[in-house]
Design a binder for this molecule. Structure first.
Ligand SMILES: C[S@@+](CC[C@H](N)C(=O)[O-])C[C@H]1O[C@@H](n2cnc3c(N)ncnc32)[C@H](O)[C@@H]1O
Length: 222
């Protein structure tokens, strides 16, 4: 059984999804008293990703997880052909598939489109369940098993949501994109964002004004 994570990144998150997947397969086989299948786990990210630590963790995963027989990495863009036809059984990806193949023209002109529109349109863009459903249906390769929108900040303790923490969260999410397009700007980015939210209540106010959604989608090959 071939399992792949697209956009695995590096560090502890790199193996989080595939480890959960392997455990779920194991549990399912136990429940139905079936022998677990031999599993091959492949991790993908762009060639610039730091795969050194990822490879070491993959070896640990192979040695500690019973049904994992083979592990490997597949560097390259998921916008290109990475695997042979019909070779994958389960593909997972977290916080990666929204990365575009290239910067939109607006960004190269230093405009951020989502902020140049009115409140209603911004909400539509940030909670695009309907739009995504239509795109998947129109394209036709997959059927939608389940789709949910979730604002991860609703579970976040407000007391933990300080300007410093929120800025580090944004840095972790966007540093590669910002550096690629704007160069060495991260120190300035951190100073500017912290300054913006340092006023009492301004971060909470901005969070309420700008909803943020994660879409979780489960698809099956049509
Ligand atoms: C925000 S990280 C998510 C990491 C991890 N999956 C997680 O949930 O914590 C996004 C990752 O997607 C990778 N990525 C972006 N575009 C990609 C592409 N076209 N092909 C492969 N990986 C890509 C980035 O290099 C980055 O490591």
């Amino acid at each position: 059984m071939m399992i792949v994570d697209l956009g695995c990144s590096t560090g502890p998150n790199a193996l989080a999804l595939v480890s959960i997947t392997v455990e779920a397969i194991h549990a399912n086989c136990l429940q139905f008293q079936q022998p677990p299948p031999e599993v091959c786990v492949l991790l993908n990210d762009l060639p610039e990703n730091d795969f050194n630590t990822v490879v070491k963790s993959l070896v640990t995963l192979r040695q500690s997880s019973d049904p994992v027989a083979v592990t490997g990495i597949t560097p390259g863009s998921f916008y290109e052909r990475l695997f042979t036809s019909e070779s994958l059984h389960l593909v997972c990806s977290s916080n990666s598939l929204h990365w575009l193949s290239k910067a939109p023209e607006d960004l190269t002109k230093n405009l951020i489109p989502a902020y140049d529109i009115d409140e209603h349109s911004r909400h539509e863009r940030l909670f695009p369940c309907k739009e995504l459903r239509e795109i998947i249906q129109e394209e036709g390769s997959f059927s939608i098993r389940e789709m949910r929108a979730h604002d991860p900040r609703t579970d976040m303790n407000n007391a933990l949501s300080t300007p410093g923490r929120f800025t580090r969260f944004l840095r972790a999410l966007f540093e590669p994109v910002l550096v690629q397009h704007f160069g060495d700007v991260m120190d300035e980015f951190v100073k500017t964002t912290e300054r913006r939210w340092v006023l009492e209540g301004s971060l909470q106010e901005e969070r309420a004004r700008c909803p943020y959604a994660m879409l979780v989608v489960s698809l099956a090959k049509a």
